[in-house]
Design a binder for this molecule. Structure first.
Ligand code: PAN
Ligand code: ZN
Length: 191
């Protein structure tokens, strides 16, 4: 029997994931309609600007019970108006499925929200580990000046429910106020 090397590599220090069974998706600003609060600022920006990229290692078919996916998200630095670049955010379609996130580089926040709309935030930095329980919506926000790079591992049958997120949204927005990141209640947000 031969002892083999894996054909996929993951470089811990940079978050570079490449090789067999990996695929990347890019989210440009135009794909994030309705996500940011300042619609005027949104419209005036370059719609093809890349806001975040996700590279995933998917060795099993999506939906396979018992399978796992592994991925790296890179959220670019920047703001729409004064609101920091962030991911769309989602509940898992199969609600009771958890996920691990871990900080690789950069700095940001992980916003979490339960189905009743209760929200909390965790700081994401290099080496921070985050367990996201089932039934909790999650979103990454880059509050730093560099790329925010975050690793993740989630069940292959979790799925992503973005629609419930867009309907309700997180109750807070993460904005730059006097040069610092601040949580602003969505109900009180004025662009
Ligand atoms: C992550 C996210 C990734 C992009 O891999 O999918 O950060 O965020 P959105 O999916 O909200 O656009 C994950 O949580 N997977 O389950
Ligand atoms: Zn997820």
């Amino acid at each position: 029997m031969d002892i083999l090397f894996s054909s996929t590599t993951f470089e811990l220090s940079s978050g570079v994931l490449r090789g067999e069974n990996t695929e990347s998706t890019v989210k440009q600003l135009a794909q994030l309609q309705g996500v940011f609060g300042d619609e005027t600022a949104f419209r005036t920006m370059n719609q093809s600007k890349v806001i975040y990229e996700v590279t995933s290692h998917m060795q099993v078919t999506e939906g396979k019970s018992g399978g796992l996916f592994f991925g790296v998200s890179k959220i670019h630095p920047g703001t729409v108006g004064n609101e920091y670049f962030m991911t769309k955010g989602h509940f898992h379609e199969k609600r009771d499925t958890g996920e691990y996130y871990f900080g690789i580089s950069g700095s940001g926040l992980l916003l979490l929200m339960d189905e009743a709309g209760e929200c909390s935030a965790q700081r994401v930095v290099k080496n921070s580990l985050h367990y996201i329980p089932g039934n909790i919506a999650h979103r990454l926000v880059n509050t730093g000046g560099d790329m925010l790079v975050v690793g993740a591992c989630w069940p292959a049958d979790a799925g992503h429910d973005y629609d419930s997120m867009l309907e309700r949204g997180f109750p807070v927005r993460v904005c730059r106020v006097s040069g610092e990141a601040a949580l602003i209640l969505n109900a009180e947000y004025t662009p």
